[in-house]
Design a protein around this ligand. Structure first.
Ligand code: FES
Ligand code: FES
Length: 163
């Protein structure tokens, strides 16, 4: 195999430093899954379902459409980085409690997208339409989305109480 055109990138994933030498055509979702980060689901692999959503420097991105070669110097976060010491993060716990986790396939992507949405500067509280628009890239076949919207509203209220 000719490795002449391979690229080397350094990044952090869930706070730990990594260096990879890879083909420039490797999707980030493939790279993350080969590192054992199996919360990164591959649903459609064409940017339609959001199951592969990760945070790149705090922005929610479909990792199936993002080339691993672009992660040089960036901070990647996946669902695996959410729970610390076995404790669920606030977003994970809210999803689990509200019943917005059914088959669970979409949940890792939705948790990461919700984290990014809540971190965006916005006029509080979110309207239902803003939440639906904010999470429009994440498809869920099970919940009908109302439980997802309720979860985000609950989280925002919790956030306000803690501010
Ligand atoms: S697998 Fe990436 S958007 Fe569907
Ligand atoms: S919980 Fe099944 S796809 Fe969302």
């Amino acid at each position: 195999m000719n490795h002449a055109s391979w690229v080397t990138v350094t990044c952090t994933i869930n706070g730990a430093p990594y260096q990879f030498t890879l083909s420039p055509a490797t999707p980030l979702s493939d790279l993350l899954r080969t590192q054992g980060l199996l919360s990164v689901k591959q649903g459609c692999c064409v940017g339609e379902c959001g199951a592969c959503t990760v945070l790149i420097d705090g922005t929610a991105i479909d990792s199936c459409l993002y080339l691993a070669a672009w992660i040089d110097g960036k901070e990647i976060r996946t669902l695996e980085g959410e729970s610390v010491g076995g404790e669920l993060s606030a977003v994970q716990a809210a999803y689990a409690k509200s019943g917005a986790v059914q088959c669970g396939f979409c949940t890792p992507g939705l948790v990461m997208a919700t984290k990014a949405l809540l971190a965006k500067p916005h006029v509080k509280p979110f309207t239902v339409q803003e939440i639906r628009r904010g999470l429009a890239g994440n498809l869920c076949r099970c919940t009908g989305y109302q439980l997802v919207v309720d979860t985000v509203l609950t989280l925002e209220k919790e956030q306000e109480r803690n501010d």
